[in-house]
Ligand binder design. Sequence first.
Ligand SMILES: Cc1cc2nc3c(=O)[nH]c(=O)nc-3n(C[C@H](O)[C@H](O)[C@H](O)COP(=O)(O)O)c2cc1C
Length: 173
Amino acid sequence: MEPRECLRPLLERRSVRVYQDREVPLETILEILRVARWAPSARNQQPWEFVVVRDRSTLQKLSRIHIGARPLELAKAAVVVLCDKEKAPVTYQVDCANAAMYIMLAAYCMGVGTVWINSLRNTDEVREIVGAPENMVPVAIISMGYPAESPEAKPRRPLEDMVHLERFGNRLR
Ligand SMILES: Cc1cc2nc3c(=O)[nH]c(=O)nc-3n(C[C@H](O)[C@H](O)[C@H](O)COP(=O)(O)O)c2cc1C
């Protein structure tokens, strides 16, 4: 495989918030989650649990946690990425962010559109909706469906603005 071919999903994935009226088969979601297991985590603790939500009324409830959660109203599925803060008290958020990102990239590779829905301000509510215990923190909700939009790329800060050579402040230019 050409190295650039390997970068395509990283460069071409976009957040997709509008979906076709077509179910995402459970087997497809499980295939995505099988890939997500390969996300790196501190001490390989894999402190995540994935709640797959396809039930309409649960998706509706999740879509109401805040205004930015609206894509879940039309989503065909969602994966609530829960992280065990007792298992990984220092790194749980980053460990689970890795898993969430792997879900999004794997989904993209399988033709499934996703958007990350923030759940960190609504942890109690989300826990309650999916019946998760107190030690599990919902780090992300990944909204899913076959894309019904092809969003433009969102602008990115130029590399020169973010790279420092050896020491902070030594810019590329
Ligand atoms: C931590 C995090 C929280 C986000 N929360 C939301 C959200 O609640 N609702 C939403 O529509 N998009 C959300 N997004 C998606 C971002 O808006 C999106 O990734 C960003 O605008 C860049 O667009 P792109 O993913 O198409 O490159 C979130 C992304 C991240 C990483």
